[in-house]
Design a protein around this ligand. Structure first.
Ligand SMILES: [Zn+2]
Ligand SMILES: [Zn+2]
Length: 472
């Protein structure tokens, strides 16, 4: 099964599908509202209700998660289950009824591991869950499946053809995992025996089903290897419980893998399963904001700038001071060459950017100058901050234009010495105009004799004096 990606972010897996306009979206484009988790989101383009794709496109392939399956079986539930089997293997009396009960508990536990993993539940089922609830009959159903398989094998042996026998044998081994998966999911013997139902599991996975079989085969052999390695010199009393423990442990690992496969191929299997980790919604404010940003991006990529402007305007009415929304709005107006509206918006955006992120303010100023060559923010503090950000980008002339004659433009601004000190540095360091810098510093010293920055002024003057004294 091929994975689909977000139509607007090809690197993001698709999690939602719009049937009416046939667009798929990732979580990137469809933020969820934490306060209304049951409201199905709507298509940003055509407003139809979206269909959830579950984790079909986001699930990690099972062969990349092998360590996770081994770790899974080390949780308290599976370990207690393995310990129970180990203890039973030595202490339980030889009573058929007791053993049937034990096997039906074990089968039920294994199947609950498959089911939990198919739903991507991270915590393994507890041991007590194997003793309660329904599902004890699963053992007999599973037993029936095995008996039928043996019967087929036995029939095949009757034909006196070794080739036929092995073909049937391998065929049965290959079909078995799919049948077990079906039984665990549907709890129904007829599905576990139905070629159609079992075939669906195999076709959903395609050739990757063979990888699953290979892994399961290796795991199935593992308890035997454990026994082989320990067999030398170990008494039966120890070997038996160790074998039972290993059987339980590797059994849980195998079931975890089979269950996860259902989760991974849920799309092709016709299930929609939500990952525990995904699906986190956002609080109302953040949700509105993200929704507006995502929708704007989509509208822009579809070439519908007018709709994008509308969406952003509505969002800005609710969140006038959101930097990201304002930035997007500014960029959009700039790209649309909508000079008048852009300059009007800057009256609000420029102070906001100067306060929260002067680098963005610097970009906005450079944009504004394309519309109006002598554009200048009114607020002297805004001018100072943006000038600093511009100087960092080596836009020295633009930076100085913001500071020029600041003492005349804003005579009441208390930070004139600081702003001029900055201007002097830009003159000296950015443009190499030492004389201009010295003139400015002198002006500050004479005009603001009380300024606490005079020490810095003197320092800079001394450095500049050394510079200008140097030959060359
Ligand atoms: Zn749609
Ligand atoms: Zn997206």
């Amino acid at each position: 099964m091929d994975k689909t990606a977000c139509r607007y972010h090809p690197e993001q897996p698709a999690t939602w599908l719009c049937r009416s306009c046939e667009r798929s979206y990732g979580d990137c484009c469809i933020p969820l509202n934490m306060d209304a988790p049951d409201d199905a989101p709507r298509c940003p383009m055509c407003s139809s209700q979206l269909e959830f794709l579950g984790a079909a496109n986001t699930a990690q392939p099972f062969w990349q998660r092998l360590p996770a399956f081994f770790l899974y079986a080390l949780q308290p539930g599976p370990l207690a289950f393995a310990a129970l089997l180990a203890v039973a293997s030595i202490f339980m009396p030889r009573s058929i009824i007791l053993w049937v009960i034990l096997f039906s508990i074990a089968t039920k536990y294994f199947h609950s591991v498959i089911e939990a993993n198919s739903l991507a539940v991270k915590a393994a089922p507890s041991l007590t869950s194997a003793f309660t609830g329904e599902g004890f009959s699963l053992f007999f159903k599973q037993l029936a499946v095995f008996l039928i398989a043996f019967a087929i094998l036995w029939l095949a042996a009757d034909f006196n053809s070794e080739a036929l026998y092995w073909c049937v044998n391998i065929g049965l081994l290959l079909v078995m995992p799919a049948s077990i998966i079906r039984l665990a999911l549907d709890k129904d013997l007829s599905s576990a025996l139905s070629p159609e139902q079992v075939g669906q599991v195999i076709t959903a996975m395609g050739w990757r089903y063979l990888i699953l079989c290979a892994f399961l085969f290796i795991l199935w052999q593992s308890p035997g290897w454990v026994a082989y390695m320990l067999a030398h010199g170990l008494p039966r009393v120890i070997l038996l419980p160790v074998m039972a423990f290993a059987f339980a442990y590797f059994g849980v690992v195998m079931c975890a893998m089979m269950g996860y496969v259902v989760f991974q191929y849920q799309g092709a299997l016709g299930y929609v399963i939500v990952d525990e980790d995904s699906q986190a919604g956002f609080a109302a404010d953040e949700y509105q904001r993200r929704k507006a940003l995502a929708e704007t991006e989509i509208r822009l990529k579809e070439g519908q700038s007018d709709n994008a402007l509308e969406t952003l305007t509505a969002a800005l009415e609710k969140h006038p001071d959101d930097l990201k929304l304002n930035e997007r709005f500014h960029q959009l107006l700039f790209n649309l060459n909508s000079g008048e509206r852009c300059l009007r918006h800057l009256q609000h955006y420029m102070p906001l950017a100067a306060r929260l992120n002067p680098a963005l303010g610097a970009t906005a100023l450079l944009n504004a100058r394309r519309f109006k060559a002598d554009y200048l923010p009114d607020d002297p503090l805004v001018c100072e901050r943006i000038a600093e950000a511009l100087a960092m980008r080596h836009k020295n002339r633009e930076a100085l234009s913001l500071l020029r004659n600041l003492h005349q433009r804003a005579p009441d601004y208390p930070q004139i010495p600081r702003a001029y000190l900055l201007a002097a540095r830009i003159f000296a360091e950015g443009l190499g105009q030492v004389e201009q810098a010295q003139k400015l510093l002198q002006f500050v010293r004479l005009r603001y004799p009380q300024s606490p920055l005079l020490g810095e002024v003197a320092n800079l003057e001394a450095t500049l004096a050394k510079l200008s004294g140097m030959p060359g």
